[in-house]
Design a protein around this ligand. Sequence first.
Ligand code: UD1
Length: 422
Amino acid sequence: MDKLVIEGGKPLSGSIVIQGAKNAALPILAACLLAEGTSTIEHVPRLLDIDVMLNILRELGCRAEHVGDTVILNTETAHTSHVPESLMGQMRSSIFLMGPLLARFGETQVYQPGGCAIGERKIDLHLEGLQALGAEIEEIGNRIICRADKLYGAEIHLAFPSVGATENIMMAAVLAEGRTTISNAAREPEIQDLQRFLNEMGAKIMGAGTDTITIEGVQSLTPCTYRVIPDRIVAGTIMVAAAATRGQVTLLNTNPAHLSSLIHVLRRAGVQIAVDGDIIKVGCPGRPRAVERVVTAPYPAFPTDLQSQVMVLLALADGVSILKETIFEGRLKHVDELSRMGADIRVDLNSAFIRGVPRLYGATVEATDLRAGAALVIAGLAAQGKTIVEQIHHIDRGYDCIETMLGRLGARISRYSPVPKN
Ligand code: UD1
């Protein structure tokens, strides 16, 4: 297994262009199935999760090439709607294929994507939404078979504004007969990006970004060329890393509006942030201040995907901060690893009580999930001495060569791969 070795204590400095958003690209790639022909999706990051999605699409019969940051995807040759269990298990986002496959083939067979390191991650809202559109769903053990000769528009109220369920229902409803309304829909920027993409293909969707999305079903969609939005979580990770190392970094190709809750928290911590168009400048000349209370919640509130990274900054801040996780029940596992680096953090249920320490110390730590791994990298960059981060395949799921990206900002970070045996 690869690991990252970090010599900490060097402030990050310089400028960096932010990659395309993984969480926008994944549903968009799945949605390409809705229009037979070749779509070109630009600004798609080179990540493990994207590789898995493309492999699943190839397995379904599509032809897919990822050249630079452009994916050329021909879905005309797709011939099956059955996703193999082995591929389904590699990534939760494979569940996004249900809506498009059902809409295109009138049936699909997938498998439970299963639990994962950050919590249970149920799919009941996805299934209920598809049922409301007229699908019959049969669950046999781990297998989910979903059939509908025809899908019909429906009024769907989500018990929780699930990002994935909102996207899956949108993708199934675009080719349904009549109007679908999703109330209490998730409002994340990635949902707005999916709406823009589907409308570019000829769909009639309104309201993404608000809590009510309306979809007027259309007969067919046509392939198109589309550019994915910048990754707000990668941008946020770099912003926190710049602040935690007391550096000075300029981020290019961002959408600052997507980062307003993070910018608010960082400013409260005393971090200097200047926004100019799609450029964000972050500087932190002194020790950050504690922030009394940060609570994760659906967009536009503070994102769960930046909780672990911000915890590192608060672990180094002057004073006591409270960070509460409300989206995923198992998302505070990085606390044990940060404690091994000298952080003073106590967990009670889903809240972390963080007493800032003047410095962290290098240690060997383990990435327990994608964003926790990013947090440990930030901790290593800010810490005194050497940090080794293990299990970094989690990090590769969401960051396009994190060591190259941070190396360009002056970080002393390298990847070690095991020597292959002859
Ligand atoms: C997406 C993001 C992920 C982010 C999360 C929350 C992608 C590929 N991933 O994940 O990075 O952390 O949003 O912002 O876009 N839930 C149910 N039943 C369901 C669906 C969800 O109970 O059918 C619960 C989940 O267990 C969780 C909460 O809803 O507690 C949020 O999940 P959801 O918004 O669906 O997240 P994902 O789409 O999986």
